[in-house]
Design a protein. Structure first.
Length: 508
C-alpha cells in the first residue's frame, strides 16, 4: 500500500469524500452485526443444537475478542498504516462471516464469532483514524463525522430491521452472509480510493507486555460483566474476573508509564477533553444498550410485535439520530464549543428516557414510545457526532489509531456494563414485584397479567437508572470538556494534547 500525500486540493477533496462512502459502509457493517445476530439467535440455536447454557457464547465470543483486542488493533493500524489495516480487517471479517453462515455445529459458530471480533477490532479503529487523518478542514470534518456519527448511532436499530427481515423471510444464515457484499465493496473501494496522508505511521517496536496486559485486562472486564448478567454479581468467577481485570489494567498503566514506545501513550487519555469524551461516551452507551434490550423485549413479549415490526418501531430513533448528527451537530460544530452540543444532547436524550419511565402494558406507541425515541435519537445524534470528532482532534498522527481504538473501547465496555447492570436491576425489580402481587391473582390469565406487569415494572426501574446515567454524562461533559469554539481553518493534527491549538472540536 502506498501512502501518498494529498495532491492538489481539488483531487484530495474528491478522494476524501469517495473514501468516506467506503469507510461509512464498513462502519455500518460492524454496527449492524452487533444487533443483527441477536434477532437470528433463536433460529440458529435450534438449527445447530446449541444448549441454553451455551447460547450466550454466540454474543460473548464476539464481544470478548472485539473488546479485548481493540487497543492492539488500533496500534497495528498505526504500525501497518490505516488503509492496509482497514482492507485486511474487512477481508477477514467477510471470511469469518462466511464461516458463521456455513456453521454446522455450535463450536464452529462460536469460532466464527470470535474471528469476527478479531478482525472487527482491527477494522473499527482503522476506519475512525482514517477519518481523523483525512479530514483536516473544520467544516469538512464536521460533515464527515456527522455522517459517521449517524451510522455509528443508528446502525444498531437498522440491524434489528434487517435481521428481522432476513430471519423471517430467508434464513438466519443470511444474517452472516449479508456482511460479505458489504465487506467486498468497502475493501475494493478503499483499496483504489483511499490515500493516506504521509508520515502518519508509528514504526516504534510493538509494546508486547502492554498488548498482553491490556488484552487480558479488557477480556476479564467484559467477561466479568457478561457473567454477572447470567450468574449474578456474587458469583465467585464473576468477582474473580473483576479482581483480575483491576490488577491487569493497573499493571498496564504502570507498564505504559515506563516503556519507551507504549501501546497506549498516556498522553492520549490524560488530555482533559479526550478523557471527558471517553468517560461520558462510555456512560451514555450503558444507557443506550439497556434501552435497546428493554424496548426489544417490551415490543415483542408485552406488545406481541413480530421481529420485523419491532425493527420498524425503532425507525424514529434512527431518524432522530440522523437529524441530530448531520443537521444539528455537523452544522453547529464549527460555531460553538463541543460541550454546548454534547451536554444539551445528553440532556435531551435523558428527557426521552424519562418519558419511558411512564411505560405500562397498555402504553400507546404513538403518544409515548414515538416521542421518547425521537428525543433519544435527536439527543444522542447531537452528542455523539462532536464526541467522535473531538476524541481524535489534535492527536499526533502516530497516535490516531489508538485514540480511535479508545473511543471503540469505551463504547464496547459501556455496552457490556449496560447490558449486565441494567438487566440485573430490571430482573430483581421484576422478581420482587411478582412475589408481592402474585398472591392476589387467582386465575391463570391474572397470573400472566401480573408477570407482564412485573416485566414492565422491572424495565421502568432500570430506565430510571439510565436517566441518571445520561444526566451524569452531561455533567461530565460540562465539567471536563473545555475545548473552545473550533476555528474555521485546518486541524493541526500534529499537535500534541498539551499544545493548546485552536482546533475544530468534533467528537466521535
Amino acid at each position: 500500500m502506498s501512502e501518498t500525500a494529498p495532491a492538489a486540493v481539488g483531487t484530495a477533496d474528491a478522494n476524501r469524500w469517495k473514501a468516506l462512502v467506503f469507510i461509512a459502509l464498513a462502519q455500518l457493517m460492524v454496527v449492524l452485526d452487533a444487533t443483527i445476530v441477536n434477532i437470528a439467535l433463536p433460529s440458529a440455536q435450534q438449527d445447530l443444537g446449541i444448549s441454553d447454557g451455551n447460547r450466550q457464547w454466540v454474543v460473548t465470543a464476539y464481544a470478548l475478542a472485539f473488546g479485548g483486542l481493540l487497543l492492539f488493533g488500533g496500534r497495528i493500524a498505526d504500525l501497518w498504516g490505516r488503509k492496509r489495516a482497514f482492507v485486511i480487517g474487512l477481508t477477514g471479517f467477510a471470511a469469518a462471516s462466511a464461516l458463521g453462515g456455513a456453521a454446522t455445529t455450535g463450536a464452529m459458530m462460536f469460532g466464527a464469532r470470535a474471528l469476527q471480533g478479531v478482525f472487527g477490532a482491527l477494522l473499527a479503529p482503522a476506519a475512525l483514524s482514517l477519518l481523523a487523518v483525512m479530514f483536516t478542514d473544520a467544516k469538512e470534518r464536521a460533515k464527515a463525522f456527522g455522517i459517521y456519527g449517524a451510522i455509528a448511532g443508528g446502525g444498531g436499530a437498522v440491524g434489528l430491521i434487517l435481521g428481522g427481515f432476513l430471519t423471517e423471510y430467508l434464513d438466519w444464515r443470511w444474517t452472516f452472509f449479508v456482511n460479505i457484499p458489504f465487506a467486498v465493496i468497502a475493501a475494493a473501494g478503499a483499496y483504489f480510493v483511499i490515500r493516506e496522508p504521509e508520515g502518519g505511521r508509528n514504526r516504534s517496536a510493538l509494546d508486547v507486555p502492554g498488548v498482553i496486559l491490556s488484552t487480558l485486562g479488557l477480556v476479564s472486564l467484559v467477561y466479568g460483566f457478561t457473567r454477572a448478567e447470567s450468574d449474578g454479581w456474587g458469583d465467585s468467577v464473576t468477582v474473580g474476573m473483576f479482581v483480575a481485570s483491576a490488577v491487569l489494567l493497573l499493571a498496564f498503566v504502570v507498564v505504559e508509564n515506563k516503556v519507551k514506545a507504549p501501546l497506549l501513550p498516556l498522553r492520549v487519555v490524560t488530555d482533559r477533553n479526550r478523557g471527558g469524551i471517553y468517560l461520558s461516551l462510555g456512560l451514555a452507551i450503558i444507557a443506550m444498550f439497556g434501552l435497546f434490550l428493554f424496548l426489544t423485549y417490551y415490543l415483542q413479549v408485552v406488545k406481541g410485535y413480530s421481529p420485523v415490526k419491532t425493527g420498524f418501531a425503532f425507525l424514529p430513533m434512527i431518524a432522530g439520530m440522523i437529524t441530530g448528527s448531520t443537521q444539528i451537530g455537523a452544522r453547529l460544530m464549527t460555531r460553538v464549543p463541543a460541550r454546548l452540543l454534547m451536554g444539551p444532547g445528553f440532556l435531551v436524550a435523558s428527557l426521552g428516557m424519562l418519558l419511558l419511565t411512564r411505560l405500562e402494558i397498555g402504553s400507546s406507541y404513538a403518544t409515548l414510545l414515538l416521542p421518547a425515541m425521537l428525543l433519544l435519537g435527536l439527543g444522542m445524534g447531537t452528542a455523539f457526532m462532536p464526541a467522535m470528532s473531538l476524541a481524535t482532534t489534535g492527536v499526533e498522527p502516530r497516535d490516531a489509531g489508538v485514540a480511535s481504538a479508545m473511543v471503540n473501547t469505551s463504547q464496547q465496555v459501556g455496552g457490556a456494563i449496560g447490558t449486565a447492570l441494567l438487566n440485573t436491576i430490571a430482573s430483581s425489580a421484576t422478581t420482587s414485584y411478582i412475589r408481592d402481587h402474585i398472591g392476589t391473582a387467582a386465575t391463570k390469565p391474572q397470573q400472566q397479567l401480573v408477570q407482564l406487569q412485573g416485566m414492565v415494572h422491572g424495565y421502568t426501574n432500570a430506565i430510571w437508572f439510565a436517566v441518571g446515567i445520561l444526566v451524569l454524562s452531561a455533567a461530565i461533559v460540562v465539567t471536563f470538556v473545555n475545548a473552545g469554539r473550533p476555528g474555521s481553518g485546518q486541524v493541526v493534527s500534529g499537535a500534541g494534547a498539551e499544545d493548546e491549538v485552536p482546533v475544530p472540536v468534533v467528537a466521535h
